[in-house]
Design a protein around this ligand. Structure first.
Ligand SMILES: NC(=O)c1ccc[n+]([C@@H]2O[C@H](COP(=O)([O-])OP(=O)(O)OC[C@H]3O[C@@H](n4cnc5c(N)ncnc54)[C@H](O)[C@@H]3O)[C@@H](O)[C@H]2O)c1
Length: 304
């Protein structure tokens, strides 16, 4: 596979899919970005345009938004993925949804294509088993926001061939990222630790030990972390955190991954974080990303 001008299918145009598509477009690949919803695609297009225009301000390279958008085809039709050389799947962190999708992709996408699963916690070997091409399936755990992050976890499944892994590695390198090799296990390295931390931080708020703002302040001021765990939860998506913790809980059958009820309640309430305008904090022109004082007595962040 050439390392530039590759035709790449990106499935799922949410937080990660939009970022992956933008990053691919920025480095000269042709992208087919597919979602089930026209509305999501419209938002993804706007987000990509804005993020390209703001790239320089956010510490990234100067990016020509028009050039990037010209390389991306937006579609709700899986059939438009037929001739891609590589496919990066970024749909909702729900095993059932992913399990429904992979056989369809397997039937549609040309036989030579490699499949890349961008999942937070589902093991790659399991995902590969939903296709008839397990030797051509690998995991890449991208970090968020994708265009700004310098490294990924690269994960082979049990049956991934060295040739396919190398193709995926070269694709990742072409995106300006360092692949860090890790073995296949639910949550890989990063989320095995991060999801537990975020889940436990949610318990601190749930139990009234501290507000979200205080929890994050401890991590920022005491440990020097650039973001606290609950700001991170809002960035990742509170729903995605919950689904990931549930996947870890199911895979390890270990109570240490028991999902915090507050994450469930917030997910049910649509408090999904930055992408929905409200999570542990509020987002938008009228709200600074905080409402911790309001959180002090209530488990779920209250209206401000
Ligand atoms: N958010 C993060 O920080 C992060 C980081 C690394 C990996 N991930 C993983 O990336 C994946 C996507 O996460 P996200 O944060 O972008 O989620 P998201 O909720 O923002 O977006 C998911 C998108 O998938 C779409 N979708 C659902 N079913 C589909 C289908 N059958 N076909 C096409 N599109 C479909 C939805 O419409 C939605 O737009 C998840 O597996 C997640 O665990 C997320």
């Amino acid at each position: 596979m050439a390392v530039s001008g590759v035709r790449v299918g990106v499935v799922g145009a949410g937080v990660m899919g939009a970022g992956v598509a933008q990053n691919l477009g920025q480095v000269g690949h042709d992208v087919v970005l597919v979602d089930i919803s026209e509305d999501v695609l419209k938002v993804a297009r706007e987000k990509i345009e804005l993020n390209c225009r703001m790239s320089r301000m956010l510490g990234g390279p100067a990016v020509d938004a028009d050039e990037v958008l010209a390389r991306i085809t937006f579609s709700i039709d899986l059939a438009s993925l037929a001739d891609v050389e590589a496919l990066i799947e970024n749909i909702t962190e729900n095993e059932k949804l992913k399990k429904d999708l992979y056989p369809k992709l397997d039937a549609i996408v040309q036989r030579d294509a490699v499949f890349v699963a961008n999942t937070s916690a589902v093991p790659i070997t399991r995902i590969a088993s939903w296709t008839t091409r397990p030797s051509q399936v690998a995991g890449v755990h991208f970090m968020n926001p994708v265009p700004m992050k310098p490294a990924v976890e690269l994960i082979p499944g049990v049956h991934t061939s060295p040739e396919s892994l190398e193709r995926v590695r070269q694709l990742v390198i072409s995106m300006g990222k360092k692949p860090i090799d890790v073995n296949d296990a639910s949550g890989f390295v990063s989320n095995r630790v991060l999801m537990l931390t975020v889940n436990e931080a949610a318990y601190l708020v749930y139990e009234g030990v501290a507000t979200a703002e205080t929890v994050d302040e401890v991590f920022r001021s005491c440990f020097g972390h650039p973001m606290g765990p609950l700001e991170t939860a809002d960035l990742i998506g509170v729903d995605t955190i919950l689904y990931s913790v549930e996947v870890l809980y199911e895979h390890f059958a270990d109570s240490k991954y028991r999902p915090c009820p507050l994450l469930k309640q917030m997910t049910d309430a649509g408090l999904h974080g930055q992408k929905s305008g409200r999570g542990f904090y509020r987002y938008g022109p009228d709200h600074k990303a905080q409402n911790a004082a309001k959180n002090r007595l209530a488990a779920v962040p209250t209206e401000s």
